[in-house]
Design a protein around this ligand. Sequence first.
Ligand code: BES
Ligand code: MN
Ligand code: MN
Length: 458
Amino acid sequence: MPSHAIQYTRAHRERYLDELKQLVSIPSISAQPAHKADIQRAAQWLVDHLTSIGMDRARAWPTSGQPIVTAEWLRAGDGKPTILIYGHYDVQPADPIDLWHSDPFTPEIRGDDLFGRGASDDKGQIFAHIKAVESFLKTASALPVNLKFIIEGEEEVGGPSLDPFIEAHQADLAADVALISDSHMLRPDLPAIAYGLRGLSYIQVEVTGPATDLHSGSFGGAVYNPIQALAEMIASLKDRDGRITVPGFYDKVRPIDADERAGLANVPFNEDQFKREAGVDRTWGEKGYSVLEQITARPTLELNGIWGGYQGEGSKTVLPSKAYAKISCRLVADQDHHEISQLLQEHLKRIAPPQVRVETQTLHGGHGILIDRDTPAMQAAASALEKAFGNKPVFIREGGSIPVVASLKHMLGIDTVLVGLGLSDDNLHAPNEKFHLPNFYRGIEASIHFMSLIGDEQ
Ligand code: BES
Ligand code: MN
Ligand code: MN
């Protein structure tokens, strides 16, 4: 009975929150090798926790990267559908640490929010589902559905371990639908289901000019400076209308049709709030598209970092040998990240002046996706969210990337329901990340309703 599970949830909120704080206090930073042991500790914490709430076969699988945690509860029987819940226990680095108002790994509650690295992305969001499962198992000794968890530890670095793992464990991971909470709602009272995610293609460029750093007095004026060459190349990647100039870049982009445009125009997206959160007075982007379309339904190209030459204190007169940049493209459904990565690298080599040498490498990538909105699972999620949050969810596209969604579709043939529990001001990947606790508690209840609705269908 969902009502018993809900009562149990409400009675145990304080303990649920304490446990979430334990998980958030583990600095499971996948990008930093120094935190390898913490990553392992977080994986083991989850295995122990999943076992303690009554999940079967909880274990951490070693991979060439970070461990993958799985667990299952398949005792609802063959007649009941199976839900696969994905999440990630790794977090972004906490830097710049000086800007945090409390220690990133000493979770602190201020007002209605829990502050800590990973609180929202993704520990708090995945933990809501774990607690929904506990609330069922502690009250009914059973779940209304068969359920599997897969929780990875290298999502934040676009790690290579997950896809081969899914490929190798197709039968173990087989399910009717996947459920992921690793995205946003629009407001605390307005839930959202994302039906689109952008993909990602991330490259690094190295431009070499002279064989070694040179005295800029003796050589400057007659040697092509690699930083200048890189700056010119980069400046040419977008035209004045904000369109990307790489030939072929837009070839496979699915245009936004009139229906969808109308749907997105109805999303209560607040442009002033967007500007406030971004800390900018004016927006800038591809001409002919609304801000919401620009950040969710259109591909883009961003510089993540650029460096080279002297960066220390004071001045040093040097004509450097090398210049570097990290460039990423957010892609939309149908764009192939391998293809875009190749187009971009070829283009950079083609436009480089002949006096410099360009080397490039792909850092990582993932496919974007559009998910069918007219499925029973989407309807169940919409009702579940309405019950828990008091308002019908809006359907949105997200600009961020969760590459596993495309992998689950392509390798296991299953659709994902993306029920975001984060808020746009949660400071993901930034200082003072937080998770809004009312979303945690309502998220647990939404998950309980979702499982019962899906379970009742059969
Ligand atoms: N949870 C985010 C993705 C996200 C953010 C989805 C906001 C929707 C709204 C995820 O942890 C993430 O940060 N993904 C990376 C991709 C990865 C391959 C490095 C991203 O989007 O940059
Ligand atoms: Mn995430
Ligand atoms: Mn993230």
